[in-house]
Design a protein around this ligand. Structure first.
Ligand code: ZN
Length: 203
C-alpha cells in the first residue's frame, strides 16, 4: 500500500509558511513503514528538534482505479478519518531551499499517524466535512473540506492519472492553518464531526 499526501491544500496554511498557492495539487508520498496506529506513542526522532504536527482529513481507498473521473471519485473512498502528517520542519526547509525532494523530512518512521477509520456515510457531502485537532485539550486546528484548494474529488482524479489507486491506499488531503512544533508529553486529539478518532501522545 502507499500513502499519497497533498501539500498546500488550504490557502491560509500556505500563507502561514510563506508558500505560494499551487496551480496543481502538490503531491508527495510516504512509505508503509511511516504508518503509526492510533493510541501509539510518537517517539521524537533525533535528526530534527523542530517536528511539526499537521492535522489532516485522511481517506482510505476501497476500490482500485486509474484515471478516475472526478464524478466517480467518491465510489473509490471506503472510509475517512483524521491523521497527523508529522514533518521535520528544519530539514524540510533545508531541502526546499536546495530544490531537493522532501522525502527525508516527510516519510520517516511514525510520520503518518492514522486515526480510527469511519465508513464514508452516504449522507455526508465531501465538501462538507469538518475535522479538528486539539493539543492538550485546546483547539489548534479547525479544518473544513470546503476550504480545500483542490477538492477530494479533484485530488483523486489528479493522483490517479499518475498512480493506480489501490484498495487500502491512504490519502492525506493537506493541513489547514495552525501547524506548530510538538513537545514532549503533548497529547493530540483528532476529531471528525466532533467525534474523537485519534489520540497520540508525544514521547
Ligand atoms: Zn501535510
Amino acid at each position: 500500500m502507499k500513502v499519497i499526501c497533498i501539500g498546500r491544500n488550504y490557502a491560509n496554511h500556505a500563507k502561514e509558511l510563506n508558500n505560494p498557492l499551487p496551480e496543481q495539487p502538490v503531491i508527495f508520498m510516504k512509505p508503509e513503514s511511516s504508518l503509526m496506529a492510533n493510541e501509539e506513542h510518537f517517539i521524537r526522532p533525533l535528526f530534527d528538534s523542530d517536528i511539526h504536527f499537521e492535522g489532516e482529513l485522511i481517506l482510505r481507498i476501497g476500490k482500485n482505479g486509474k484515471n478516475i473521473n472526478a464524478q466517480n471519485a467518491r465510489q473509490h473512498i471506503s472510509e475517512i478519518s483524521v491523521g497527523i502528517d508529522f514533518t521535520a520542519r528544519t530539514l524540510q526547509n533545508k531541502l526546499k531551499n536546495k530544490g531537493l525532494p522532501w522525502a527525508l523530512s516527510k516519510a520517516f518512521d511514525q510520520s503518518a499517524a492514522i486515526g480510527n477509520w469511519i465508513d464514508l456515510s452516504p449522507q455526508w457531502t465531501l465538501e462538507d466535512i469538518n475535522f479538528t485537532l486539539e493539543k492538550n485539550c485546546k483547539l489548534i486546528q479547525n479544518g473544513h473540506s470546503k476550504n480545500m484548494l483542490f477538492s477530494i474529488e479533484k485530488i483523486i482524479a489528479y493522483a490517479s492519472k499518475y498512480f493506480t489507486l489501490q484498495k487500502g491506499d491512504i490519502i492525506f488531503t493537506g493541513t489547514p492553518e495552525g501547524v506548530g512544533r510538538i513537545c514532549e508529553n503533548d497529547i493530540f486529539t483528532g476529531k471528525l464531526f466532533n467525534e474523537t478518532v485519534l489520540n497520540i501522545t508525544i514521547k
